[in-house]
Ligand binder design. Sequence first.
Ligand code: ADP
Length: 467
Amino acid sequence: MNIRKRLTLLFTLLVASILLLFTITIYYFYNQFREQEFYQRLAEKALTTARLRQDVGEVPNDDLPVLSDEQVTIYDERNRVVFQETKDSPTFGVSPGFLRAVREKKQIRMRRGDTEAIGLIFTGKNKQRLVIIVSANDRYGFSKLQRLRDILFFGWVFSLFVVAVAGWFFASDAIRPVSEIIAQVNAISATNIHQRLRVGRQRDELADLARTFNAMLRRLEDAFINQKTFVSYASHELRTPLAVMLGQTNVALMQPRSTADYVTALETVEDEVRRLIDLSNGLLDLARANADVATIHYRPLRTDELLWQARANLIQKHPDYTIDIDFDTLPDQEDDLILPAEEPLLRTAFQNLMENGCKYSADHRVRVMLGVNTDHLQLTFTDQGVGISADDLAHIFEPFYRAERTKELQGHGIGLALTQRIIGLHNGQIQIESEPGRGTSVTVRFPMRQSVPGALSAVITEKLVHS
Ligand code: ADP
């Protein structure tokens, strides 16, 4: 059942129940009123009959308005009938118990089928306590009641019909913006992902829904564009070394060459293969760092030890690099240096920052300062190299972005994108300050254990429990 039908049904059911309740209430109170009024008439009839009988000695038939199937019976104290008036209807007999009850309670009402009766006490001459029973059928009242019941029932059925039709239009109107949103969303695909939904001027939930959709489309579009750019940059980066390798082998194979020429050609090919390996490693790391956080295994690790390991790896690769590691502020306790980290990822991030510092400075030197503040752990990588212009700084974390002035140096432009993602995975922040021609300073901050949230805090707690 679609929402429109469900809304109509619910609306109709709701209004129908309210109307039914209202109808039943009217019927009930009208019946109460009829009953009350009829018993009052019976009581008046009883008293009038008794008084006339007492004063005049007889009861003239024409003087009193006659009720339908009316019967008046008067009993003396010994339950003997002293007066009876019946109008062609069977006698309305009562038991001695009923007469006793009337004497006790002074007035009693009773109903037998459609016949209603009242029993009253009347004190006659010589203080005789007579019981008068008057019964009759409120035909006129019942027929009015029946008529009212018919009117109420048909009125209720008719209003149900009106409510159902009105509900259908009401539901269609309420649901129209949703149908419009569905149509608009269906019209958006990869080719027109830049399109947005019309929000309109209303400030209701559906406008919020359209805005939420638009925000999601914006994120999807960004991701889509990033993906496209990423793939085209990646293919470009892969194609360059492959083209160089193909060129080298083609030239080498064109004619017989000296051993030295072959060695030169093979060395170039080796360089390019290394570049390709570097690139594919970087891409693999990036893919891993972009994977679900749940797939990453955090372990409590000492930041200073990770720095020393990164330094050792880098110096093994580039023995000409100089990396100084110092403490800015010494921690009060060793535990302050512990971070919940995925070892290879965080080491790669530190290594990238060290490598950049050395690669982009003439003295191939970087200084790493480690400091512990009240609520965070801070690492600063400072070099006195070429620096980064303000324009380049705005794009430095985009995958494959490389500043113009550093293009002749080897690199693929994925190191910082990867590093930023890794630092983010470790709940940290990275910030770069640079002055072209003077040097660059990269600051990385990680919250200390008390402010580490979510999944990471569990690891920290575990470490603290065991230490
Ligand atoms: P790669 O170093 O492979 O080019 P990165 O992502 O590590 O890739 O760096 C992107 C760009 O940022 C580099 O090409 C370089 O232009 C600039 N850069 C990064 N670190 C530094 C630095 N310490 N000094 C100067 N430029 C830097």
